[in-house]
Design a protein around this ligand. Sequence first.
Ligand code: MN
Length: 757
Amino acid sequence: MTTHIAPPEAGPYNKNEEEEKKIILREYRALLRALKERLKRGDKAMLRRAFEMAADAHKDMRRKSGEPYIMHPLAVARIAVEEIGLGVTSAICALLHDTVEDTEISLEDVEREFSKSIAKIIDGLTKISNVVDLKADTTVQAENFRKILLTLADDPRVILIKLADRLHNMRTLESMSRDKQLKISSETTYIYSPLAHRLGFYEIKSEMEDLALKYTQPEIFTEITQGLSETKRERTRYINEFIKPIKEELSGNGFEFEIYGRPKAINSIWNKMRKKHVTFDEVYDLFAIRIIVKSTPEREKEDCWKVYSIVTNFYRPSPERLRDWISVPKGNGYEALHTTVMGPGGRWLEVQIRTERMNEIAEKGLAAHWKYKEGVPTAQENKLDSFLKHLREILNNPDTDTIDFIQDFKLDLFTEEIYIYTPKGDMRVLPKGATALDFAFDIHTELGRHCIGAKVNHRLVALSHQLVSGDQVEVITSSKQNPSEDWLSFLITAKAKSRVKSYLKEDKRKIAEDGKDALKRKLDHLKVNPSQYNLNELMHYFKKPSPLDLYYAIAVGNIDLKELKNFVVHGDKLQPAVKEIKHDIKHAAAEEDHPKHKNSKAPELIIFGERSDKILYKLAQCCQPIPGDDVFGFVTSGEGLKIHRTDCPNAAQLLANYGHRIVKTKWAKNKEISFLAGVRIIGMDDVGVIQKITNVISGELRLNMRSLSIDSKDGIFEGTIMVYVHDREELNKFCNKLGALEGIQKIERLESSETPS
Ligand code: MN
């Protein structure tokens, strides 16, 4: 990407040309070594040509770190081969992946030099890279994401190389600017890590998420990594104690195996801390035990259960935590036996049992499937095929609303699966939470469309009935039935939702025609065209997700076209008047006022961009930032600039989808204005507790308190305090003081959604 380029003098690299050449060649030879067994006659020459072509095309370019640019394609090729398990063709494509985008080389050159299929993959990669277009609108971004998925359905190698590319960019994010780090990290957690997960690349998924956490929330990342290294000794001792008897018994039974304790990903530890409101010290399952046995295709199921039986001879299993993904593998191909057992000292511990083949699939996902194609039962291949088929089906449906679809599809990516049976005993895999109606749509669109109910295990249930694994479901239909709006409130699969939406859309479309005409007349009057750009602006402003919704709302009178006076016309472009603050700060400052923030009368608190322009802003309600927090500004369409914390629950989605609306922001030093912040405290109930807390607030620290509420039950109290502080430092001081009080067990900052008001 062009964004990586910096002038040659930048960075710490000042090696002479000879030395650089040596490093590049060393990297290239490492790639050859990684491919070794897969190199057939003629491959080496072709690889060499790709390497030389790329090296020559990028020869005057450098990465932000100062390295020669060619180091990037080389690293991507190595990741593709070593970590994803791809072959020679993919390595060639990885070497060339940035040439068509960034250099003089054209697709035709690639096709002439190599082959049509290689050119096609490069074309796919070039198209995907436009997703990172900072100026693109949401609809464009969504359309690009759809393209990614289409290429995935077309030739999965495109997306696999793209994952390698993204992983390398994440590994080398250090030298990028702060806003690029945020943008790229958010995009990674929003799009790429769920995809890696869906395709079964657990290692890559975890690494991407950990790196994203490192850049979006550095303090938390450091806290957890430090915590992990401080507790390492104790952990190793515990793991050794746990595995000792198992090891002996497995050897005694003639198994060839590997057994070890594996720390959980930093991001998943963080998720647990956040979800359960616990500190690092309170997360007890920081690791899982993994046992990998050598086995043969015929014996592997039996062997895994034998290992299970040995483990549970020593440690009591929790019956509800047994997961058999051997008899029924996960949708992404994952196979293993998971159990949770009670280890020494009464600690619950997850044990994962796999064969070597299953382990490779767990690490290399889709690619390993190809490798084992011959040895694998056909049912599994079918599952991957049906995933790709399903994807293709939806994406090729012209009625699919892309943004909606992506939201739904992403939900599909994340959820756990349940297994449902037809009356004939055929099994279907559905996401957890799926309803009888989702099941009907999964079988066939027409069945879903006319579904009036279902029999679950021979008992009559409503359309919205949620299924659980093992249910047998018979769909009941009527030709008179047709989809209705309320179906969308309980359907959860992307396929069913998109089908229902397109049925509903038909009606809506007819009505919307009137709205479209009305809008066109109004725009004619203003002498602007209903261009995509203008439509996007109107959609943002009126908060409508699509042009159809916009037209429909106009047609039924939910939108008053008089509101167009809130736009200004620049050439052929409509712009919300509020954007003007960027160009004419004083003017805007005079007109706007901040009724919601009585305390922030002086707007010169924050410095934007490189220059220290002072602009009006509002603090986002969803995360209530205070000075000292890591923040960014977001240009909204109706309400000016909003300041969010980078760890705001909405941040990833905003940064990934609206990159062009992000404004770099930091706090100016100012001690005159205070901000509302909330903390939650938990502690032992004690008569004097409120007294002690208020002493800290108004006595010692002289803070202004807005509210204090305390609930107490069974000797434990939980309280919420809202105080005005000047900055994060003061808030931290406040928390530390409270923490030092006797009986206080925990203090944490509130997200505002929990704020009592
Ligand atoms: Mn690249």
